[in-house]
Design a protein around this ligand. Structure first.
Ligand code: AQP
Length: 332
């Protein structure tokens, strides 16, 4: 059976981008068709400054939302990255096959360091090495597929390169994984700035729809989305990114396709109204289930405890094999 691994960072409140680009596929397809693991990658969050109390809250909230979206611990494994030491054990071994040059070429590293420096902060070493930890997340479980949005494809490529290099140097140890992308909404853009991704650590929340936004806030954000000066509705991602983004969101929420939806609308107003309602409807059941789960925190804790135990048992043999291959004695 195909093995799937993917994760979400608890660096902010989950967004519609996380849902349409990742979470929904995990729920609707991956968990049923594959032996799958889904992880709150809390160690990755520490690559930039975090308020500890907020990080704790967001880790819990992210796990709760993953379950609220429909991940079923009866068919998949849900856990926190920091609960399974195998990730960091393997990460160090992979740092010993990765190069400084390939880390510095990562697009997200360049973008995030620029952001940190703009704010006058210092860049943490872990921001540079984070893609190696992500490679360890994936390779430790022998994942064949990693469902991600566009922004993470380069990191999965790195995981492939490291797996191939390690296997060539030390003998076959790792499965070589591949990234899989959603058919639509692989890159949901910020509603106020359609040139940049809708990200959960964006400072202006106006362009970002959060999974826990009230319906009226969703409507306001979508109705105020930046479009362009044209009048007719056309799907042109490069020339008319704002309208294309709305069409993609609508398509992803209704199961349509953005090109044919463009023919249905003759005004931006009508497109925005239908997009807002479609998003509200997609979020409604997730929010209802989230409320139920918040009333039962013991259940979420239990899922994470069992998930970590299962994940540890799955990763341990591969990480021990990597120890032996590279010349270290695995712990007894
Ligand atoms: N806008 C998006 N469109 C489609 N997919 C997206 N993903 C994230 N944003 C979009 C996918 O969601 C999964 C988990 O994302 P993450 O936690 O690794 O990254 P993030 O939400 O982008 O969080 P950051 O890095 O904390 O936020 P920013 O970028 O604001 O700094 C991944 O599969 C990702 O592709």
């Amino acid at each position: 059976m195909t093995r799937v691994f993917s994760g979400i960072q608890p660096t902010g409140h989950l967004t519609l981008g996380n849902y349409l680009g990742a979470l929904r596929r995990w729920v609707e397809t991956d968990q049923y068709q594959a032996d799958s693991l889904f992880c709150v990658v809390d160690l990755h969050a520490l690559t930039v400054d975090q308020d500890p109390a907020r990080l704790l809250r967001l880790s819990r909230q992210t796990a709760t939302l993953m379950l609220a979206a429909g991940l079923d611990p009866g068919v998949c494994t849900v856990f926190l990255q920091s609960h399974v030491d195998e990730h960091t054990r393997l990460s160090y071994l992979l740092e010993c096959v990765a190069t400084d040059g390939e880390m510095r070429r990562m697009i997200q590293y360049k973008e995030k360091t620029a952001k940190v420096r703009e704010r006058g902060g210092t860049v943490r070493l872990s921001l540079l090495t984070y893609p190696v930890l992500m490679a360890a997340d994936i390779l430790g479980y022998g994942a064949d597929e990693v469902p991600v949005g566009d922004d993470q494809v380069q990191h999965v490529e790195l995981a492939r390169d490291l797996a191939v290099r390690f296997n060539q140097r030390y003998g076959h140890t790792f499965v070589v994984p591949r990234a899989t992308r959603p058919a639509v909404a692989a890159r949901v853009m910020n509603l106020q700035n359609p040139a940049s991704k809708m990200g959960k650590s964006d400072e202006s929340g106006l362009g970002v729809v959060y999974l826990l936004d009230e319906p009226d806030d969703v409507r306001k954000k979508v109705m105020r989305a930046v479009t362009d000066s044209g009048r007719d509705v056309a799907y042109d991602r490069a020339g008319r990114p704002g309208v294309a983004n709305l069409l993609e969101i609508l398509a992803a929420c209704t199961g349509g396709n953005p090109e044919s939806l463009a023919d249905v609308y003759d005004s931006y107003g009508a497109l925005k109204k239908d997009t807002a309602e479609a998003v509200v409807e997609v979020l409604r059941p997730v929010q209802a289930r989230h409320r139920e789960l918040c009333a039962d925190p013991g259940y979420v804790e239990g899922v994470l405890r069992d998930g970590a135990e299962k994940a540890r048992a799955m990763a341990r043999p591969t990480v021990d094999a990597a120890y032996r291959a590279i010349g270290l004695l695995p712990p007894v």
